[in-house]
Design a protein around this ligand. Structure first.
Ligand code: HEC
Length: 489
């Protein structure tokens, strides 16, 4: 059986070659058509006997080509050659079905599935087998899954699915070393576990009309940042005690930031149905001088946030600003209308009102060409506070960050991001909120890569970059969710 897969031009040459290597070069019908102007490539991937019914539905089959290509391909294909006897003898060996599929389900399928933002669909065992080495190298280099804060510093919500453990990396490595055996199909489909949502949100705020991104920004091809002001419709002040985005088009929604600001300060276009281009932060994230500021940030894989006995205040004259980051790397995703939004849990009052403390440094100039420039600062708060979580924010030159507190002479890690990924911005909500005694010095730092080798570099040649809200300027924020005093249970 031949499976036709549409993949993106954004794929690296390695992936492209690996997928191509299993096609039949003599067979024109399966050759990739690189000449098409639509930015997509049709190519054939050989499917084995163990295609699940779900895969059959997802892929376009071409039986004619299959019959022509199958025999010639069997020789080069790295298919599972183990006989049933050998399988028995190697029952504790590492196989795709037994070991690799569950790992991909946990860490990869939320993006690398049909309709997801990852360019390759990993639901076919043969695709995974063909790409085994590429998958391993992406995992070992830390490129995939996209980097997040280190849960060994302080554990946070959803860390189990966001950050891959060493044992899983070891298993992938062993599987590749063993020649990538598929093993016996246990019938469990390759798919991401349903990401949890609220059963009964109190408020669901969506774009009032579907919006089709235009991807006009020449400096950021295929990317668009759009801000929409959402009216909450509440006559009294309230507290957000839980939040989770409602993602309409998962293929193009890369990350979402939720902020609040007074309606009178909101830029006029954000109040229209088509919103406003907001590649620049517009003061939304850092607060508008009043009570405004960040409420939360989400990227795929993050579960709903729910604060236990705590919440963020929203006033009747404030609007919620939804900043959507759209990214379409495939032609067929270019015209998708999106009507995403946010589901909220709210309460009239909470035991622990949470404020968002915009901890950040403004006083820096990142020298042109420097591939690891660090700015750090520290602060002591004269009150005891409880820290509920942190949202680190830099722009495209961001490289790494960290934050710690010294309590009675001992450093405690608060947040550590060995690799910062602008496309994967998350709010790290602690599993256990941490009490910080009065006067304990909190220090934090941001590092940037302003070299020409940074793939996200905007300036060619690089220029000195200072603080600012535009994407070609930089920020260093550790937006911290704090409540005053010990947590009230
Ligand atoms: C949050 C979404 C997301 C998750 C989770 C994710 N990926 Fe990706 N992956 C992407 C995107 C998007 C790309 C396209 C390249 C890019 O934009 O970085 C990609 C590209 C790739 C590529 C192609 C790289 C190349 O050289 O072209 C491989 C291989 C890959 N991912 C493997 C994995 C594996 C293995 C996992 C799980 C361990 C994983 N990904 C988890 C989003 C994701």
């Amino acid at each position: 059986m031949t499976v036709k897969m549409t993949i993106s031009r954004a794929l690296s040459v390695t992936v492209f070659m690996a997928l191509f290597a299993c096609g039949n070069e003599d067979n024109n019908a399966t050759s990739p058509d690189m000449s098409g102007g639509e930015g997509k490539v049709d190519m054939a991937v050989v499917g084995g006997e163990d295609m699940s019914p779900a895969e059959d539905m997802k892929v376009e089959q071409d039986q004619g080509v299959a019959d022509a290509g199958m025999e010639d391909m069997s020789e080069d294909m790295p298919v599972d050659m183990t006989s049933p006897d050998e399988d028995m003898a190697m029952s504790d060996t590492v196989t795709y079905h037994k070991d690799v599929k569950p790992i991909l389900n946990d860490y990869c399928m939320r993006c690398h599935a049909p309709g997801g933002q990852g360019p390759i669909d990993f639901s076919s065992p043969n695709t995974v087998q063909t790409l085994g080495e590429v998958i391993l190298s992406q995992v070992e280099s830390g490129e995939m899954p996209p980097p997040v804060a280190d849960p060994d510093c302080r554990d946070y919500l959803s860390s189990e699915q966001l950050s891959m453990d060493a044992a899983s990396k070891e298993t992938l490595k062993k599987w590749v070393e063993l020649g990538k055996p598929l093993g016996e199909d246990d019938g469990v489909p390759a798919m991401a576990p349903d990401s949890a949502t609220f059963d009964n949100p109190d408020l669901e705020l969506r774009l009032t009309e579907p919006y089709v991104p235009t991807y006009e920004d020449e400096q950021n091809p295929n990317n668009e940042y759009r801000c929409f002001a959402l009216e909450h419709g509440q006559a009294e002040k309230f507290y957000i005690t839980g939040m989770h985005p409602i993602i309409d088009q998962s293929a193009i929604v890369h990350h979402v930031v939720l902020a609040k600001m007074s309606r009178s300060n909101a830029p006029a276009d954000t109040l229209t149905t088509s919103g406003q281009n907001c590649i620049n932060d517009m003061g939304v994230l850092a607060g508008d001088g009043g009570s405004g500021g960040m409420v939360g940030a989400w990227a795929p894989g993050m579960d709903p946030i729910e604060f236990d006995g705590a919440g963020i205040e929203v006033k009747p004259d404030e609007v919620l600003i939804l900043q959507m980051h759209y990214y379409a790397d495939r032609a067929e995703n270019m015209n998708l209308p999106d009507q995403s939004g946010y589901a909220l849990k709210i309460a009239d009052s909470v035991r622990n009102p949470i404020m968002l403390y915009p901890l950040g440094t403004h006083d820096f100039t990142i020298p042109a060409g420097d591939d690891n420039y660090t700015s750090s600062d520290n602060i002591s708060i004269p009150l005891g506070i409880t820290l509920w979580g942190v949202f680190p924010h830099m722009h495209v030159l961001g490289r790494s960050y960290d934050m710690k507190v010294e309590v009675s002479g001992n450093d405690q890690c608060l947040l550590e991001g060995p690799v910062y990924d602008f496309n994967n911005q998350l709010t790290y909500i602690y599993k256990d909120p941490l009490y910080i005694p009065p006067g304990s010095p909190i220090s934090y730092s941001c590092s940037w890569d302003n070299s020409p080798n940074n793939p996200d570099q905007i300036n060619s040649p690089p220029k000195d970059v200072g603080y600012g809200e535009r994407t070609d300027e930089e920020m260093c924020y550790m937006f911290s969710y704090v409540s005053i005093g010990q947590r009230r249970q």
